[in-house]
Ligand binder design. Sequence first.
Ligand code: ADP
Ligand code: MG
Length: 345
Amino acid sequence: MRKIKQLWSHDVGVDLGTANTLVYVRGQGVIIDEPSVVAINKTTKDIIAIGSEAKDMIGKTPAQIQAARPLVDGVVSDFEITERMLKFFFTKLHKEHPVIWQRPRVVVGIPSGVTEVEKRAVENASTSAGARETYLIEEPLAAAVGCRLPVTSSTGSMIVDIGGGTTEVAVMSLGGIVVSRSLRTAGDELTESVMQYLRDEFSISIGERTAENIKIKIGSAHPLKKVQSMSVRGRDLITGMPKEVTVSSDQLRMYLMKTVRGIVEAVKTTLEETPPELVSDIMENGIVLTGGGSLLQNLDLLVEQETKMKVTKADDPLQSVVRGAGLVLEDRESFDAILITTEES
Ligand code: ADP
Ligand code: MG
């Protein structure tokens, strides 16, 4: 027994998110938490920066440098860049914590419903980045474990994970996903709607970082108790000159609602497809919202209103998946059944 524990003690959980990549090290907690962004020189294909440094370059780079997100839709859309990004984070981990790094076993969260080819791409990226063995776990299950939902019991649980590029809605019971839906719209689309709002209403153009800040500060899915506003600087599309305007949460919400409604609809259709016994468990325990996108103000209220179910927000929505992957590592015996092995080709 002790030997097995020892073997597992240096192992890591990874959340390869469309927006953020997190790495959890057993016994140490979340050690890496950086944007899934890679800045590349388009001419030479050299990688110039990875993670936070690369995200800071978005919208500020000269023409030949491109800030790429290798996991745009939640799967590995660019294998080579993903591999180099993982390698970079693993190397960083190794440099900062040399003792914990000895070709670890790795548990990686992947979106539910990805193809065998995509699963193998993630496995290969992890292996060539230095993992001794790679296990995969479906993200909604990892998120649910991270939120301490009783996924391995016969009680039904529902999780809605709203990330940057994807939203995953899943009902789970007995360690498996019973019904699920995956949307390729989430927080990033909300950010785009902020940009559209500024363009349509004020004829100004703003960058992605500014738009994301506006969304985080005054974005909402349901009327706020008090209307919020903030001043924003951008470029006037008519004169080409800088311009400052004041934006309001009420007006902004109209632009956010298209995406928000799509997410709420996905929750409702998933509930409609859920077996009655499990619906009754979910009515009892509530729907759990997680992922960075779930931090949009009053989203919980709207989902509650639309589904007539109790809705709770995860304590640490940006870390649910990686924490879940970590908990699975720490208690392999209880969670063995929910790890995925890819089929031999
Ligand atoms: P992923 O798992 O796809 O990497 P995350 O769970 O890390 O995604 O969530 C990232 C998304 O959450 C981004 O679109 C980001 O703008 C959004 N987000 C983060 N904080 C907030 C907030 N306070 N309010 C609204 N959206 C937020
Ligand atoms: Mg995620």
